[in-house]
Design a protein around this ligand. Sequence first.
Ligand code: HEM
Length: 509
Amino acid sequence: TNTFDYFEKRGIPYNKPLFLVGSRLSVILKNCDIIENVQQLYKEFRNDKISGMFEYKHPVYFIRDPEIIKKLTIKEFEHFTDHRLVIDENVEPLFAKGLFGLTGQKWKDMRATLSPAFTGSKMRLMFNLMNQVGSQMTSTIRDQINEGISNEVEFKDFAKKFTLDIIATCAFGIEVNSFKHPDNDFFKIGGKATNFANIPIYKLVLFFLLPDLMAKLRIKLLDNDLYEFLDVTMTDTFSEREKRGIVRNDIIDLLLQAKKGNLTHDEDQEISNESFAAVEESDIGKHKVKRNWTDEELLAQCFGFFFAGFETVSTVMTLLAYELLLNPEVQTKLQHEIDKVAQSLNGKELTYERVQSMKYMDMVVSETLRKWPPAPLVDRKCTKPFTLEYDDGKKLDFEIGRNFYFPIYAIHHDPVYYPNPEKFNPERFSDENKDKLSNVLYSPFGIGPRSCIGSRFAILEVKTIFYYLLLNFNFEATSKTKVPLKFVKVPTIFVIDGGLDVKLVPRTS
Ligand code: HEM
């Protein structure tokens, strides 16, 4: 309890901590899910721009004010470059050495090495791989329904198959059709390893409370299965590619180019019709870097993409499906747009440009990410002392190692910024309305130089899959569909309790 007077001394309102658990009792007792937790914290001191909470024994600032969030994450980024990570790189290197876990200069260099792989022009090349997954998998589903297999699906599991196949082909060079071969190792191992709901709560608490002890005892947060599987698969793939000079325009190709220092930001080729939610790369991500990366460091990036992109994208897809069930008029309007694109293609393959041209699709995806941002709370760690001046004369000293949170979910649901926030309303992102939204009020992919590197990849994936699904099927609720959705009471991510049952009714042309 020696830290418990931290906010008192600084005159910051705070959530009274309890021995060992700090402000986290309701989470540990599983009394609330991540959304309820973020909303409680946001509303508790609603008139204060900054409040305090205790993550177990650690004091953490909770920043509610958009202008202060912007200042700390963008203008003063150099003082807050890192995330808080409780995983030791000697124990779980593939996790800790991924972009999310890297710190300081190494993070800057890796970000600059990787960011050219995620520009619009690289996404255009990678689109062919995503397109193949979308079109092949949808026709497998249609065939299966024609053969008499039930058209009622649990959508989260269904969406995971799509996202897993896309990550497998784009980041690992492996082609698996998880609808045809649901028992493939990639799906079995990946699904288990990335499900945070499977991590026992006591383990999470110990990692936050005693990270050094966990490292000394060499206890891992995640199962070994995934590390071993990806390690073997990827090491073979890297050497095979280099030996045979295979080019697939996937992330492995780009990493191998990056390893040789041949990958640069091609700004002149940036693509128009950018998705609204996509984040712009900062100058840090665009600087030229010459650094030799080891195979392990490159493998850690693939692992990181897998980890960051599998659960998040499948969650967004499931919540988008949920909103289409509840808002049939949105589904119909979206299908009109899709049908028009399909007609204009006249039997030819879907292209990146056509996907990007769908305005209503972009509005629907943007609104899904507003209402359901899969990362409801994001953190930063102070890496250089900083004094914040705010509210005409108030001062707050951030010392090295101190963390703060900014609550993406709560800002996206604050009626001051989004009137009637629980209503799913894609019109918020119409041409007339969207420009009123700043990058802090709308930040499903985080803010500033450290924001999500995979935003374009994620959005393209969702749009491509929904193009094929809605072209082929109407989504309908079944007698088992639960409304409203409930979430498993875990403190980390949205996990839909009991999943989402959807009936896929084949459309007749
Ligand atoms: C809808 C899906 C996704 C959402 C909502 C999402 C959201 C986020 C958020 C909020 C962050 C932290 C940003 C910050 O601290 O300001 C992040 C970081 C990151 N995301 Fe995503 N993400 C998604 C999909 C993906 C995909 C598909 C990939 C990879 C292909 C990816 C790779 C990463 C990486 C590597 C980071 C760490 C970036 C860094 O520290 O420099 N994400 N993401």
